[in-house]
Design a protein around this ligand. Structure first.
Ligand SMILES: *Cc1c(COP(=O)(O)O)cnc(C)c1O
Length: 390
């Protein structure tokens, strides 16, 4: 008999009833150290007092009004995002996949509004942009995601990772946009080298194609900069953000330059919930905290601390781990065995981690985790690896 919850997830036999900071608690009082943060969502940990306050204050006044009206909380969050990024304008969604939908639509509309037939969007192997039909059509090579869900939307070309010749051959005067994660998350914490992001920018500038960065996982302070692309010194035309932006409240956004958004006039796109007062009140508080340079300095300090500990862990378990990769607090341990073995062994140590493709174990802790908790997490990973090796 099918479970009452559609069985699309292989769930661990764990249920949490309370969270505080980087710790989660089960009904019978077992405490787990959370190095997954809801897959990079709980950017400020669980039940962050500032977010609880922002949420409850807004909840007592106004939860939802339609986008038919002015929404000051939405305006404030959009202003903050524009002030701290390349973007001139923002549209709010409830998730990353909806942000992908608008990114695709906006890029095509840009060209249509100019009267040009440019609909092709270039993506890359290992990419993940969400689970809507549009987002899975963008990655036709991912059999797990697309098989049985056809027909896929036309107009996407997925290229091998790191193949510059294929890229130069594929981008032409039919290319609407190039869509890429500056650091692949689900694909196994694979950063795009800075010079390649620069090369993509140049290629887009010379062909007119729009550059879309998917920062759903790597954005919002995760890498120690507000947005990951800042490390490379290049900017996109359109950017998708979600996960960390709501700190656990479902929220996403599309950021764009005035030029890239020029096709999106009144009536061309919409969302019932996107940008509602409750979500944006929380998002504005997250943004206020995470965009503070002193906060980002702390993220970088913690990232350096964790990375060094992880290098030590890899050195002491050469049969289990191959190396550390990633940027900031978006780190991956390349494993010599299925990362799910390590995730399971870590559960035995009351430690939560997340698997990814390419045999990588992901560590995506809250950005405000303490160094003591980071040390404890590495000790528990050490115990998990030792247990697997025995
Ligand atoms: C999680 C993720 C998405 C999809 O976001 P949802 O909120 O699950 O729809 C898209 N892109 C990237 C890079 C992601 O990590």
């Amino acid at each position: 008999m099918i479970p009452s919850v559609l069985p699309t997830y292989n769930r661990a036999p764990l249920a949490f009833v309370k969270g505080a900071g980087s710790w989660l608690e089960t009904a019978d009082g077992r405490r787990y150290l959370d190095m997954g943060a809801g897959i990079a969502v709980n950017a400020l940990g669980h039940a962050a007092p500032e977010l609880v306050a922002a949420l409850t204050e807004q909840a007592q006044n106004l939860w939802h009004v339609s986008n038919l009206y002015q929404i000051p909380q939405q305006q404030a969050l959009a202003d903050a995002l524009v002030e701290h990024s390349f973007a001139d304008t923002v549209f709010f969604t409830n998730s990353g996949t909806e942000a992908a939908e608008l990114a695709i639509k906006m890029a095509r509309k840009y060209w249509a509004a100019k009267g040009e037939d440019r609909v092709e969007i270039i993506t890359f192997d290992g990419a993940f942009h969400g689970r809507s039909t549009g987002a899975i059509s963008a990655v036709p090579h991912s059999e797990k995601m697309v098989k049985g869900f056809g027909p896929m939307l036309p107009g996407f070309t997925q290229l091998p990772w790191g193949d510059h010749d294929a890229l130069n051959a594929a981008v032409n005067d039919k290319t609407a946009a190039i869509l890429i994660e500056p650091i692949q998350g689900e694909g196994g914490i694979r950063p795009v080298p800075d010079q390649c992001l620069k090369g993509l920018r140049d290629l887009c500038d010379s062909t007119g194609a729009l550059l879309i960065f998917d920062e759903v996982q790597c954005g919002m302070g995760r890498t120690g900069r507000l947005f990951a692309h800042e490390w490379a010194g290049v900017t996109p035309d359109i950017m998708m953000v979600a996960k960390g932006i709501g700190g656990g409240f479902p929220l996403g956004a599309i950021l764009a330059t005035e030029n890239a958004a020029s096709g999106m006039t009144a009536g061309t796109h919409g969302s019932t919930y996107g940008g509602n007062p409750l979500g944006c009140a929380v998002g504005a508080k997250v943004m206020e905290i995470v965009s503070d340079p002193a906060f980002l300095d702390q993220v970088n300090a913690k990232a350096g601390f964790l990375r060094q500990k992880l290098e030590g862990l890899v050195a002491s378990h050469p049969d289990t781990f191959e190396g550390v990769r990633g940027v900031g607090l978006m780190l991956g341990l390349k494993c010599k065995r299925a990362p799910t073995d390590l995730v399971d062994a870590a559960y035995q140590q009351n430690l939560l981690t997340v698997p990814a493709a390419d045999n990588v174990l992901r560590l995506l802790p809250a950005l405000n985790i303490s160094e003591a908790d980071l040390s404890e997490a590495v000790n528990r990973l050490d115990a998990a690896a030792t247990q697997l090796e025995s």
